[in-house]
Design a protein around this ligand. Structure first.
Ligand code: GLY
Ligand code: MN
Ligand code: MN
Length: 541
């Protein structure tokens, strides 16, 4: 045998990148650092932000639920383990040695036994090299840390603590949050939300003679913001029977407006929502991949679907395609509903054993490197739309076309919704399902758009559309059994959902690969599938 000398540089290259055999296309540490730098610039002077990772949720005994990182925490750090804390300062701080720093990442401590059971941890060294933090510490150092939060003008946290975690083994989010509460004297009732603060200011600044205007606005908003209904000062102001009571309430509100705590629960979420609404090129690359994977899933199911298949089985085909592409999760629980099941908007039982000759509504999205798609196709299980199914389908299609067209820079967030609803009403009226164009009905009970990104229902500002925002456009018509229309429509549910990138040059449909027109769907369904030959033994005989 001839001995071939392997070039040293190749060996080195292989050892560094070649055989790590784990995905290498996650967002880079530079991406996360840039996000922190942008956030820091937006933080007011002498403030600190404290962001907690998600907690590990226990399922039973020693089995935990699959961990998924909190999207805001992930966006800022790239850390994908539980029990971490990010502390970011608006200005440089100086340590005992005179060195400066402006952020600390606390991470799970390395632990050989825990890692043997539950997988590798990055630890402080890994977090330094892989995530690019200058200062990393073990989580237990957060408890011991001497950061004097009280010297800052504000301490920002990402929303009120939901306190929905158990105190598990070792230092976990439960301990870290408790420690934070002690350090900052945090009490849930010690702050006033932005919504409440807005109405408090309105009450304080509005002359007595104009009280009726403020009362009218509060009444308009209090169903949406239930905290207004529970606030004794606001309710006292609304219900005050005489001028003295009104004055008394205004005085109490003026006093209450003085913040009793330096902890602010609004700034961070709102600022990150503003940032996350606009995707960077690196984010768009991953999001587009997640969406294209999901579109291919829809195509493969179109080819494979047969009336004898179950909803669960169809779900499995989509998810197999996701895994085949290396997508780590589904972005949300998959929805596969045949016939009347499609009328349940977030139907996730997916347990009908035969889809039969019904329409099958399939709303699924791969999560790829953190970014999730959200794509829905509704197709006839036997490959051919009936006359009634096609009539409803085409209304939804036309509505979606109008909604996508309305998704342009500068349009209001509600523009696609308005455009879709107008088409839906026109179509339902033409078929006699509603009796007038402005009839109130429940055949489309949801809005047609949301932002998309790290979360399926991603945060955003709901202001006029800006370039590089990704939204869904997802009109539907749902006609459950027993609806007040001709029986021939009952059990028909159609949703078509695509993921739309808003650009200066107009909307781009990122999920366009999956056929949307009824005749294109029928054509795709007539194709052969590799799964036609995939027959498993019958285990029930
Ligand atoms: N899949 C959830 C939604 O469409 O919003
Ligand atoms: Mn959606
Ligand atoms: Mn969806």
């Amino acid at each position: 045998m001839k001995l071939i000398k392997f070039p040293l540089f190749l060996l080195l290259l292989i050892s560094v990148v070649g055989f790590s055999q784990t995905p290498t296309d996650f967002l880079t540490k530079e991406f996360h650092k840039e996000r922190r730098d942008i956030l820091r610039l937006k933080m007011p002077k002498n403030t600190v932000a404290v962001v907690f990772s998600n907690s590990l949720k226990n399922r039973a005994n020693d089995v935990d639920y699959v961990f998924h990182q909190d999207p805001n925490f992930y966006y800022l750090t790239g850390y994908r383990e539980p029990n971490g804390v990010l502390v970011m300062f608006s200005e440089n701080q100086v340590d005992a040695n005179g060195d400066t720093y402006n952020e600390i990442l606390y991470v799970q401590k390395r632990d050989a036994r825990a890692e043997q059971w539950n997988g590798k941890r990055l630890g402080v060294e890994g977090a330094k090299s892989k995530l690019g933090f200058k200062i990393t510490m073990n989580s237990d150092e957060f408890e011991k840390s001497s950061i004097d939060f009280k010297k800052f003008n504000k301490v920002f946290i990402d929303g009120k603590f939901k306190d929905d975690y158990r105190n598990l083994r070792g230092i976990d989010i439960f301990d870290l949050v408790e420690s934070f509460k002690q350090k900052t004297n945090y009490k849930p009732d010690n702050y006033i939300s932005q919504v409440k603060m807005y109405f408090y200011s309105q009450i304080k600044d509005t002359p007595l003679e104009n009280r009726a205007n403020v009362v009218a606005v509060i009444k308009q908003y209090q169903n949406q913001y239930t905290e207004l209904q529970k606030d004794k000062f606001i309710q006292g102001y609304i219900k005050a029977k005489d001028e003295n009571l009104v004055k008394e309430m205004r005085q109490k509100i003026t006093l209450a407006m003085n913040p009793k705590t330096i902890v602010d629960v609004d700034f961070l979420g709102a600022t990150l929502a503003d940032m996350r609404e606009i995707k960077t090129p690196a984010e768009l690359k991953l999001l587009t991949k997640a969406i294209r994977i999901s579109a291919v899933g829809q195509i493969e199911v179109m080819k494979a679907m047969k009336p004898h298949m179950s909803e669960t089985e169809l779900q499995g085909i989509h998810e197999f395609v996701y895994k085949k592409y290396g997508a780590e999760y589904e972005g949300y629980p998959s929805i596969v509903g045949a016939g009347n099941n499609g009328c349940i908007l977030h139907y996730i039982e997916n347990n009908k054993t035969k889809v039969g000759n019904d329409l099958v509504l399939m709303d699924l999205g791969a999560e790829y490197r953190g970014y999730t798609a959200d794509v829905t196709r509704t197709i006839p299980a036997n490959g051919k739309f009936t006359k009634e199914q096609k009539a409803i389908y085409n209304i939804v299609y036309n509505a979606q076309e109008a909604g996508i067209k309305a998704s342009v820079v500068g349009a209001s967030f509600g523009a696609p919704n308005a455009a879709c609803k107008q088409e839906i009403n026109k179509g339902l009226f033409a078929l006699g399902i509603i009796k007038s164009l402005d009839e109130k009905h429940n055949y489309l009970p949801h809005g047609v758009s949301h932002y998309l990104g790290l979360d399926v229902h991603d945060p955003g500002t709901y202001r006029a559309f800006r370039a590089n925002t990704v939204i869904t456009v997802e009109p539907g018509i749902y006609i459950p059994e027993g609806s007040p229309c001709d029986k021939k429509w009952w059990g028909i549910a159609v949703r078509i959902e695509d993921d739309i990138l808003i650009t200066e040059n107009g909307p781009v449909n990122l999920s366009a690969e999956a056929p949307r027109k009824s005749d294109e769907i029928e054509k795709m369904m007539a194709k052969k599938s590799v799964l036609d030959e995939f027959v498993l033994p019958n285990l029930d005989k």
